[in-house]
Design a protein around this ligand. Structure first.
Ligand code: PBG
Length: 329
């Protein structure tokens, strides 16, 4: 039996050639930013909570980044794991030009390869308590004291070879202050990739293990500065504020649970929109893959396509190194 249907959308899905011609969203290696963990040791270490993700020692970094660069990746964000004995309540190593992350940026500058090097600007890799700022008298993270340190650190980052600084702290007013201080120091071309709508998410768990900031427990409460996952209007407000303070790129994080916010931001702003597919989004796909419950590679691709389709111009993802070679140029 055959009906005379006027519309048969399946006509346009008949062959892989047709599918390819009509594909609306495509991932490119240049859409992706690879987060890189570095550590003070001399071995390559796998992160327990993130199979397939490693902490790189400085002696292997330049060579490895050249490999990633050759696969088409053009942006890297560095995340240091420093030894607990170098952490203190003030996170003072963030202002030490000889601490790990600045040694790494100097090494990478010497490669003279053309890529964007991004500094995640926050105190949590450096503080003994694992919070993203200085704890004030009332027991909560002190906003302005923290902003002052981040602004100083942004200048150090620019001086030591980072092209973009990415404040991931969610303190009020920091984008404006960082822009002002960078300009005062003549770093007019250091860009700010602002973690603008950063939610207070349980999906950061594996990352905190990776940088050793979880202080032996998975839960660390950041709810007085990161966004409530239920709040859409508040997320929009944060994005509007960072845009008005001069952020060059606005970021939403995590990515897949917040596609509604990504889509709104894309329509609302003319600056580029970034999204961070965070550690927990990565690890859940890998864990189910290991159990044989999901096809890891197919799910990785589908999740990244959904993030781009929602409106992300750039995606930070731990899958970047493994999928770059399979994407077009
Ligand atoms: C630090 C920072 C975090 C992440 C990126 N920068 C953790 C946090 O806010 O606790 C999470 C990234 C990830 O989970 O992959 N401020």
């Amino acid at each position: 039996m055959t009906f005379e249907f006027k519309y048969r959308p399946r006509r346009l899905r008949k062959t892989s050639a047709v599918l390819s011609l009509l594909q609306e969203t495509r991932l490119l290696p240049s859409d992706l930013i690879l987060p890189i963990f570095i550590h003070e040791g001399i071995e390559v270490e796998e992160v327990d909570s993130m199979p397939g993700v490693f902490r790189w020692p400085l002696n292997r970094l330049a060579e490895q980044v050249a490999v990633w660069h050759a696969s088409g990746l053009r942006a890297f964000a560095l995340f240091p794991k420093i030894s607990p004995k170098n952490k203190d309540p003030e996170g003072s190593q963030i202002l030490n030009p000889d601490s790990l992350v600045y040694k790494a940026s100097r090494i990478l500058k010497e490669t003279a390869l053309d890529f964007v090097l991004i500094a995640d600007l926050a105190l949590d890799p450096y503080t003994s308590h694992g919070q993203d700022g200085i704890i004030g008298k009332d027991g909560d993270v002190d906003n302005d004291l923290t902003v002052e340190i981040l602004a100083k650190a942004s200048v150090l980052c620019a001086r030591e070879g980072f092209h973009w600084v990415a404040p991931s702290d969610m303190m009020d007013g920091r984008v404006g202050v960082i822009r002002k201080v960078l300009d005062q120091e003549s770093f007019h071309y250091t860009s700010i990739l602002a973690y603008s709508a950063k939610f207070c998410s349980a999906y950061y768990g594996p990352f905190r293990n990776a940088i050793g900031s979880s202080v032996n427990k998975l839960r660390i409460d950041k709810s007085t500065y990161q966004l409530n996952p239920s709040n859409c209007r508040e997320a929009k407000r944060e994005l509007i504020l960072d845009d008005s303070e001069g952020a060059d790129i606005l970021m939403i994080k995590p990515a897949e649970p917040y596609l509604d916010i990504i889509q709104w931001a894309k329509q609302q702003f003319t600056v580029p929109i970034a999204a961070y597919q965070v550690s927990g989004e990565y690890s859940r796909i890998c864990a189910a893959g290991k159990l044989g419950w999901l096809d890891q590679d197919a799910c990785a691709m589908e999740s990244l396509l959904s993030i781009k389709r929602a409106g992300a111009d750039l995606i930070l993802t731990y899958f970047a190194d493994r999928i770059a070679h399979s994407l077009g140029k």
